[in-house]
Design a protein around this ligand. Structure first.
Ligand SMILES: [Zn+2]
Length: 206
């Protein structure tokens, strides 16, 4: 792509670094911003800068938060004995949208994936195990997607929990094998949480 302006070229380059944005789309977005009032671009860059400098991760559940303890963890009406283990904030949002769940979450920050170089030490698994060992948690719901990486992660966590006596269940019904959690519809996802099954029974017949 030949640019008449270095400034334009730089902006297009930075925009094209985002996932799913090719050079053409990046150019279209940048040209769109140029047509809008200057304030719109200012608002966008301010929002992104603020996000990067001020965002925190909840010290209890590791969810993205504006405060040291997120709104869900600091809500006394939530059941702290029940913890739903998810991959990232998109899953928290999807489950919250169902309106069916009153427990807390634990955000792993990904799944174990040797191909992507993600090992257990790259996730918040040890913090989860410590939380369980401290004794407040009575039941863990493993709500990772039913992909191979999700299964591997579930199983790893399950093995780490051996001997702690914590009840472990997994969402099962309605979530198809290979489905990413965030794409499940709210009714299906809500039902999958209510109808969770003991984790041990979920792999013994495979
Ligand atoms: Zn939290």
């Amino acid at each position: 792509m030949d640019f008449s302006s270095k400034l334009l070229e730089n902006a297009v380059y930075e925009m094209s670094q985002l996932p799913g944005i090719g050079k053409r789309t990046a150019l279209r977005l940048v040209l769109h911003l140029l047509k809008q009032p200057e304030r719109q671009t200012e608002n966008l860059s301010n929002a992104l800068t603020k996000l990067r400098t001020m965002v925190q991760f909840c010290k209890k559940c590791h969810n993205i938060s504006d405060t040291a303890l997120c709104e869900i963890c600091s809500n006394p009406k939530r059941d702290a004995s029940l913890v739903c283990v998810v991959e990232d904030i998109r899953d928290v949002m999807a489950i919250e949208n169902t309106g069916q769940y009153r427990g807390l979450y634990h955000v792993l920050g990904g799944k174990i994936s040797p191909i992507e170089g993600m090992g257990p030490q790259d996730l918040t698994i040890s913090s989860l195990i410590n939380k369980v060992k401290e004794g407040e948690v009575q039941e863990l719901i493993l709500a990772l997607s039913s992909t191979m990486e999700g299964d591997t992660t579930n199983f790893y966590i399950f093995k780490q929990l051996e001997g702690t006596g914590v009840k472990t269940s997994t969402i099962a019904r309605g979530i198809a094998i290979g489905d990413e959690l965030e794409y499940a519809d709210e009714v299906t996802l809500g039902r999958s949480i209510l109808n969770r099954i003991p984790f041990e029974g979920s792999f013994s017949n495979k």
